[in-house]
Design a protein around this ligand. Structure first.
Ligand code: RM4
Ligand code: MN
Ligand code: MN
Length: 424
């Protein structure tokens, strides 16, 4: 299924007047309106191939209908999301959940829909059918060289798939760790991980990056071999310029100051990008901005400030991606909500009066500094997002349009009620 542009225009039409009123109201107070709108139009967030189906927990999974049955159908779903919001122009593949058997036709389908391929993700946290060795006790950190070699080979194969599709980064998340004290020698596990990553790094094309993700716990509950940003950064520094740290918002212990981590990684030129989601307790993989939108805004504040300080192009200098799991919502509605939340946080960060903030910091005027940040955060920027979407050819209200056009019902008719997508 594809959404034709005229259907979006027809949907927008009756909403246009009200939008214009709201937009003019906010626009009146913004000096650099054009530049903000341009940045919002340029901003795109990659959709993970594993998040287009219903997610589950270890207790169960309640699939919805019309889930994509193949990689082609996943790409079509991203095409629908992108047609509605014009801010989701790429897809990130997880292999082997989504193997691009025929790269040429896959690429062609994607480009017809205005999409390209973001980072490719390897998977050494599950055993694959017919694999010679098991990852029960880890992969790149494993005590057995044969297991490590199998995991290294897999990563190199993922790079090869990515090359065919035009990806420019390999994203590695390891579940390697230990469940009980005494199980592992931390130092040696880390050194083996470094050696394994070095082999993978050596296989990267020159214009590629290696993104190293960290996570404090789960599926291992005592230690994770790349457990935090310090460990990831240590590896990235040892490996070289092509390696950097990937921040998944759900991969921190409660109360962690993620925005400070982001600021320092940016300062070091070592922020690879993001897996956006939200969480209340752990790696909950909830809709972006659904639990703690203020934290998201503070992260975007650091991003805008830190990227501007280094002269980086916001839209392209790092990887922007969602990593979420939709257990009770329609995955596409959830993804539309997530992208919308990201654009809201970004727009609010762009509104911050940076000059005044710097002066307040210099004067140790704590109250004023907070006022300046919250002035931006408390601005309803939704008319700006709607205007940017409209200018880019999308819908004034992506979820409203998705529902009005009965996308899910159409997909159920096309694919059936009991389809199950590969993924989380
Ligand atoms: C992990 C991590 C990875 C993702 C897997 C599916 O918790 O967030 O990025 O690939 O889940
Ligand atoms: Mn992740
Ligand atoms: Mn995760």
């Amino acid at each position: 299924m594809q959404i034709e542009k005229h259907l979006i225009d027809e949907y927008n039409h009756p909403l246009a007047k009200k939008h214009q009123r709201n937009f003019e109201h906010i626009a009146a107070d913004i000096n650099n309106l054009d530049s903000i709108l341009k940045k919002l139009v340029a901003f795109n967030v990659a959709i993970p191939s594993w998040a287009l189906g219903t997610g589950g927990t270890r207790f169960g999974r309640f699939s919805g209908g019309g889930e994509p049955r193949s990689l082609e159908e996943k790409i079509e779903d991203v095409g629908i999301i992108h047609a509605l919001n014009r801010s989701s122009n790429s897809i990130s593949l997880h292999i082997p959940w989504d193997i691009p058997d025929n790269a040429t036709s896959i690429k062609q389908l994607a480009s017809q829909l205005g999409l390209h391929f973001d980072a490719v993700n390897s998977n050494t946290f599950q055993d694959q059918a017919n694999a010679a060795h098991s990852y029960k006790y880890g992969s790149l950190h494993h005590v057995d060289k044969l297991v490590r070699s199998q995991a290294i080979e897999h990563n190199i194969q993922v790079i090869d798939y990515g090359k065919e599709l035009g990806s420019k980064a390999l994203s590695v998340w390891l579940s390697d760790g230990s469940n009980f004290p005494g199980q592992l020698n931390f130092r040696q596990a880390f050194q083996r991980t470094h050696e394994s990553l070095q082999e993978i790094y050596n296989a990267l094309p020159n214009d590629w990056k290696l993104w190293i993700e960290y996570k404090p716990f789960e599926p291992n509950f005592y230690s994770t071999t790349i457990g935090d940003w310090g460990q990831s950064l240590l590896l990235a520094n040892k490996l070289g310029d092509k390696a950097a740290t990937l921040v998944d918002l759900g991969h921190h212990l409660q109360g962690t100051n993620i925005e400070q981590i982001v600021s320092l990684l940016l300062m070091e030129g070592k922020l690879a990008g993001f897996h956006f989601n939200d969480s209340k307790y752990g790696d909950d993989d909830l809709t972006v901005g659904s639990i703690n939108p203020y934290q998201l805004f503070l992260i975007f504040n650091e991003l805008v400030e830190g990227m501007d300080a280094r002269g980086m192009a916001h839209a392209t200098a790092i990887g922007w991606m969602i990593d979420a799991s939709h257990n009770v919502k329609d995955p596409m509605e959830d993804l539309l909500q997530s992208v919308q939340a990201l654009k809201i946080a970004y727009a609010q960060a762009l509104l911050i009066d940076t000059k005044a903030l710097k002066a307040a910091q210099q004067d140790n005027d704590v109250t004023l500094a907070q006022e300046i940040l919250q002035q931006a955060y408390r601005t309803d920027v939704r008319p700006l997002i709607a205007e940017a979407g409209l200018q880019a050819g999308g819908s004034l209200d992506p979820i409203g349009a998705y529902r009005k056009l009965e996308v899910r019902n159409n997909l159920i008719k096309e694919r059936g009620l009991k389809t199950i997508a590969t993924g989380l």
